[in-house]
Write a protein of this length. Structure first.
Length: 131
């Protein structure tokens, strides 16, 4: 799966694999910015050596069309949050990715509990859509 390839690439610090799993027309969207494939990969190359998000990433849902991941992070100021990463696939590769960070600790706890208790992918997908 694309999720497994992504985790493998980050664990092994395999930048070439990361390049291969991004479609040539890839675009990355943050709350207030967008970047091209080349810009996104250049950013990844900078933080790949110290990346550890993959150790805590959860695949919320993956099928032939989308990959939804969520992972906890802590910034330089000690603020904890969850990052939601939603990717649309094209030809089995990352084509469009959008990321949102949620700094509300109670909401993050509720999301984590819901994910832990959810027994069906549809339940988790519904929660994501309602956000």
């Amino acid at each position: 799966t694309l999720f497994k390839k992504t985790i493998q690439a980050f664990k092994n610090k395999d930048f070439e694999l990361l390049q291969r799993i991004h479609h040539e027309d890839f675009m990355f969207v943050r709350e207030f910015s967008m970047s091209s494939r080349d810009e996104h990969l250049a950013s990844i190359a900078e933080w790949l050596p110290n990346a550890n998000w993959q150790d805590h990433a959860q695949c919320v849902h993956e099928d032939d069309f989308v990959l939804i991941m969520r992972y906890p992070e802590t910034d330089d100021k000690g603020v904890s949050y969850f990052t939601s990463n939603v990717s649309i696939k094209h030809e089995g590769l990352y084509w469009r990715t959008m990321v949102k960070k949620d700094e509300n600790p109670m909401r993050a706890i509720l999301i984590a509990l819901t994910m832990a208790l959810a027994t069906q992918v549809e339940t988790v997908a519904w929660i994501i859509i309602k956000q």
